[in-house]
Design a binder for this molecule. Structure first.
Ligand code: ATP
Length: 369
C-alpha cells in the first residue's frame, strides 16, 4: 500500500497552498499536502505548530485565508462541516454527559432525521465494532477513559464518513492502554477501509499507526514520509532531532568523492562516512547517528576508523536494551543504545569506565541543514 509513490494515483484530500492567520499570527503557512484514500495519515508536531488548525480546516470549523482544500477533486471552500463527508473525533471526546452511550452514538443520526429502527441498528453495529455493546445503557461518567474513547470513536464513525479526523485521539489514556489502542485503531481503520487523519504530538504514536507522517513546524511541513523514511532518512536536522534520538556531529569536509566523505569535527576527530556524493572541501555538514548504530567496547576497535574514546557518564538498564551516555574528552555527551539480547557474551560496563564508541561508515545520515 503506497499510492503516494504512484505518479498516476489521485489524491483523496488535496491541500493546496493553504494559509491560516489569526490576526498577525500565521498558524498554517502556505501548506500543501496530498492524502490518499485508505491512508492512515499523521500530522505530527510540537504544541502550537498548527496541526490542529489544519485538521479543523479539513473539518470546516476554520476557513483558510488563502488556498483551497479539495476532496475527491471537489473544492470544499464554503461547504459547511455537516455537509462534508468527513467527521471529527475531538480530543476531549465531547460526549454528552446526560445521554446514554447509545444515545451519544446515535446523536448525529437523529439530527439527520434517520428513522429510529435504522438508528438503533447502526448504533448496535458501531458499539459492536468498538466492543462496547454491553455498555449501551450507561452514562459517560460510568465509563473508564478507554471506554469513553471507544464511544467517541463509535459516534464519529456512526455517520459512515469517508474520512475520519482524529485530534489527539489517545491523549487521555495511560501509556499501556494507549499502546494497545493504537493497534486497535489501525486494525479498525484497515478493516473499514477508511481514510484516517490523526493529529498527535507523540512521535511513537505516529510511527506506530500511520502509513505516512507529516512532520510539522511553525505552520509548515518539514517532511512527509513513511515512519521508516523519517527515521532513517530525515531531510533536515529538525526532523532528525524531532523523530527519536540522534547524535549530531557538525564538521568540515576535508576530503570527499562519490565513495566517501571525511569530516573533521570540532571535537577533534575525523569521521568517515558513505555519502553517495562528492562535497566541496571546507563545506559544513552534519552527521546524524542514531544511538543504536554506535558500538560500545572497552578496547579500541581494530580498524580504528570512526572510533572515539570517552567515559561512561550515565547508564540505564531498560530490559531489552541499555542506554549509555558517554562523555567525550571534549565534553560532548554521546548517546548509545545496546541490545541486551545475549548478555552472556556481552561486555559488562559500569559508571566511569573508559570506553570506545565506534560506528560503520554507512551508519549515519548526512544532513545539510
Ligand atoms: P497543540 O498540540 O497544543 O494543540 P497545535 O499544533 O495543534 O498545538 P494549533 O492549535 O493548530 O496548534 O495552533 C497553532 C497556533 O495558532 C497556536 O500558536 C495557537 O495559539 C494559534 N491559534 C489557534 N487557534 C487560534 C484562534 N482561534 N485565535 C488565535 N490564535 C489561535
Amino acid at each position: 500500500f503506497a499510492p503516494w509513490s504512484d505518479p498516476n494515483a489521485k489524491a483523496m484530500i488535496s491541500i493546496r497552498n493553504v494559509t491560516k492567520r489569526f490576526g498577525d499570527f500565521t498558524a498554517v503557512d502556505n501548506l500543501s499536502l496530498d492524502i490518499y484514500e485508505r491512508e492512515f495519515f499523521a500530522l505530527l508536531g510540537a504544541s502550537g505548530c498548527g496541526k490542529s488548525t489544519l485538521l479543523r480546516m479539513l473539518a470546516g470549523f476554520e476557513t483558510p485565508n488563502e488556498g483551497a482544500i479539495l476532496l475527491d477533486g471537489v473544492d470544499l471552500t464554503g461547504v459547511p462541516p455537516y455537509r462534508r463527508p468527513l467527521n471529527m473525533m475531538f480530543q476531549s471526546y465531547a460526549l454528552f454527559p446526560h445521554m446514554t452511550v447509545a444515545d451519544n452514538v446515535g446523536f448525529g443520526l437523529k439530527q439527520e432525521k434517520m428513522a429510529k429502527p435504522a438508528i438503533a441498528e447502526r448504533v448496535a453495529q458501531m458499539l459492536k465494532l468498538v466492543k462496547m455493546s454491553e455498555f449501551a445503557g450507561r452514562k459517560p461518567h460510568q465509563l473508564s477513559g478507554g471506554q469513553r474513547q471507544r464511544v467517541a470513536l463509535a459516534r464519529a464513525l456512526a455517520k459512515q464518513p469517508k474520512v475520519l479526523l482524529l485530534d489527539e485521539p489517545l491523549g487521555a489514556l495511560d501509556k499501556k492502554l494507549r499502546e494497545e489502542t493504537q493497534f486497535e485503531l489501525t486494525d479498525l481503520q484497515y478493516d473499514l477501509g477508511l481514510t484516517f487523519v490523526v493529529v498527535t504530538h507523540d512521535q511513537e504514536e505516529a510511527m506506530t499507526m500511520a502509513d505516512r507522517i507529516a512532520v510539522m513546524d511553525a505552520g509548515q511541513i518539514r517532511q512527509v514520509a513513511t515512519p521508516a523514511e523519517v527515521y532513517e532518512a530525515p531531510n533536515s536536522r529538525f526532523v532528525a532531532d524531532f523523530i527519536g534520538s540522534i547524535n549530531l556531529f557538525d564538521g568540515e569536509v576535508t576530503r570527499s568523492d562519490a565513495a566517501l566523505t571525511k569530516l573533521q569535527s570540532p571535537e577533534g576527530f575525523a569521521l568517515r562516512m558513505v555519502d553517495g556524493q562528492s562535497r566541496s572541501i571546507g563545506s559544513r555538514l552534519t552527521l546524524g547517528l542514531r544511538p543504536e548504530k554506535i558500538a560500545v567496547t572497552h578496547t579500541k576497535p581494530d580498524s580504528g576508523v570512526n572510533a572515539v574514546e570517552g567515559e561512561v557518564w550515565d547508564l540505564a538498564y531498560l530490559g531489552d536494551m541499555s542506554i549509555f551516555h558517554v562523555k567525550l574528552d571534549s565534553g560532548k555527551i554521546i548517546k548509545a543504545s545496546v541490545v541486551n539480547a545475549s548478555r552472556s557474551g556481552s561486555e559488562v560496563f559500569t559508571y566511569h569506565d573508559r570506553v570506545w564508541l565506534s560506528f560503520a561508515e554507512d551508519a549515519g545520515v548526512v544532513l545539510e541543514r
